[in-house]
Structure formats: C-alpha cells, structure tokens
Design a protein. Structure first.
Lengths: 254, 86
C-alpha cells in the first residue's frame, strides 16, 4: 500500500473538461479528462464538488453517461433554482477544471454477464442518462440480450440523446417514447404518463425473467416499480434509482 | 422534498465504510426486513442524512458531518452485509 492511494478509497480528483455537447435546450453532456479515473461500470455515478471563493462547497451526484471503457462523461440538466447545475450547463467551458470523485454505486449497474432474460429500461426525463451508459455498453460488448427502452419525456424537444437512440444501437433494441405534455402533429408514438396499462403493453412478460432498470424522479420510479411488481416482476429484478424534483440524488444533482 | 434512495448516498457511504455499500444488504432492527442499501428511503436534508426502512419507515442510518468529521448512527440496523458482487 505504500506510496499509492489506499485501495478502494474514494478520493477527490481534478478532471479537465473536454468536449461539451448540448443535448437539449436545458441539458448538456460534459466529457471529462480524468487522469486518475479507475474506470467505471454501466449505471454508476460520480460526485462533483464546486468550491466558491469564500470556501463554500456544494456537492452533487451525476450519473455517468458514457460506457465503460469510454472517457467519463456526465449529462446534466439545468434546474433553474439549482446551485450547481446552472454553473455546469452555462458557465463551464472546455479546458476548465472540475473536482470529482467516483465511480460510485454497485447496485444500479449492468455488467451484462448475469442475464437470463431480456432487459427492460424505463426512464423518466434525465433518468435516461445511466440507461444510455447501459445501452452503449451493451452495444460495445456485442451483447445480444433483447432490450426495450421505455422513455417518458415532457415533449419531443426534451428527449435527450434522441439521434443516438433512434439509430440501430447494435440491433435488438426497441426504443418506445411516451410524451407526457405535448405531442407534435402526426405523433405516432405514445402519449401520457407511464402507467400500469402502458407497462402491461410494453414490458417483457414476467415469465421471460426480464431484468428491469428504472430511473427518474421519485414518484415516476415508485409508480413504474409498483407497476412492474404488479405484472409479476420479482422486486430483486427491478433495480431502481430515484432523483428528486430539485434534482438531488444519484442521477442528476441540482 | 421527495425522498430519494440509497443510490444517492453511495459516495458518502463509500467515504464512511471505505468501500462500495449500495449493493450491501441491510436488515432493519425494527421490522426485520432485508434489502439492498440502494433501496432504502433517503432524505438528504433532514438535518443530516437519514436512511429509512422501505417496509416500516424506521430510521436505519443517520449521518451528520461536523467539521469534516462524519458522525454515524447505525442503531436502526440489525445487520449490514457486504454484497457478494461488491
């Protein structure tokens, strides 16, 4: 152990901002060059720490948007009354330094090797971020596990990663959008909130032994998890990650 | 404020326990329910950070940070076992 970081220790490190990509009007992906990054698993998150000139610090958790093996990236939604997200989405520029620690989490992760049945991914808003890491990991590892993503957004312009989700994704991936507030003219996708009836139509039958990952605002996750258990999914096969209306939580900090 | 879940305190737990703990299995000292720490009900500004049992809502863990010192109360847990998949 001498002369090296203590194994397993979670230490703050400085990363440099690389490319910054605007995903929607309020959402931005920030690629990070982190020389001390030990690698991550699909679905994990990291903590970001900002320090003001007077020493005041604010920490937030963000889901990792990139696949294992790719440079670490986070996708951040700007929350108007947020303390951290306005800085990350409006002020931060390529070349800036950012303090972070991670990767964090070992529960809401998908490594691909334990699958017995198909994969069901259910996202509410920016809850799609860790699921995108899972989709990219699935594609990069050549996994053939049949996969469905049910993604609830307010409107089409709010859909994050739309161009990426609409392409092939390595085959075997079905993406189903539901738009809760506004649908464009001629919209043939689904409309309204995810409820038990929609899950009954979209979710893999429980008999196929699916594995579900659900991420989004707390009420969304509660409703979806309850719906899936109602369809016969055993609770251990429904992995959940919640974030609050204020954006706190593992998936997207304010 | 919406309650979150144990995923949200993965960093704090790693800091306190020195290892990844969200997949660890906790046992509620009040009702005996068991489940992953990630599935506990978490309030970040309680004051302090509070994790409650999803079955009976009893307090399982309390974390208060005072001058960079983490004060940890685990009396609500009967057991806490690291996950095999850690």
């Amino acid at each position: 152990m001498e002369g090296t970081a203590v194994r397993g220790r979670l230490s703050w490190q400085v990363a440099t901002v690389g490319q910054v990509i605007d995903e929607t009007a309020a959402v931005r992906t920030i690629e990070l060059q982190a020389p001390d990054w030990a690698g991550h698993r699909a679905g994990q998150h990291l903590d970001v720490r900002l320090t003001a000139e007077d020493g005041y610090t604010a920490e937030r958790s963000y889901s990792i948007a990139s696949a294992p093996g790719e440079p670490v990236a986070i996708t951040v939604e700007r929350l108007e009354d947020g303390e951290v997200s306005p800085y990350l989405t409006e002020e931060l520029r390529a070349g800036d330094d950012l303090e972070l620690r991670g990767p964090i989490g070992g529960y809401f992760v998908w490594d691909g090797q334990h699958d017995i049945g198909p994969l069901l991914l259910v996202a509410g808003g920016s809850g799609v971020v860790p699921l995108r890491s899972i989709l990219r990991h699935r594609e990069r590892t050549g996994s053939a596990v049949p996969t469905r993503l049910l993604y609830s957004s307010r409107s089409l312009p709010d859909v994050i990663y739309r161009a990426e989700l609409d392409r092939d994704n390595g085959g075997g991936v079905e993406v189903i959008y539901t738009l809760t507030r506004a649908q464009p003219p001629g919209w043939t996708g689904r409309a309204g909130r995810v409820n038990a009836a929609m899950l009954a139509e979209v979710a893999w039958p429980a008999g196929q032994e699916p594995l579900a990952f659900v991420c989004g605002p707390t009420p969304f996750v509660e409703a979806v998890a309850e719906g899936l258990v109602g369809l016969g999914y055993p609770p251990p096969r429904v992995k959940t990650e919640r974030f609050g209306a204020t954006g706190t939580g593992a998936a997207g900090g304010s | 404020m919406d309650a979150l879940d144990g995923n949200a305190i993965g960093g704090l737990l790693h800091e306190v326990f020195g290892t990844e703990m969200t997949a660890a299995i906790g046992t509620c000292a009040t009702c005996g329910a068991t489940g992953p720490v990630a599935e506990t009900v978490v309030y970040l500004r309680a004051p302090g950070t509070v994790a409650r049992c999803r079955t009976c809502t009893s307090v399982l863990m309390v974390f208060v940070k005072v001058r960079d010192l983490n004060c940890v109360d685990l009396r609500g847990l009967a057991a806490l076992a690291a996950s095999a998949h850690g």
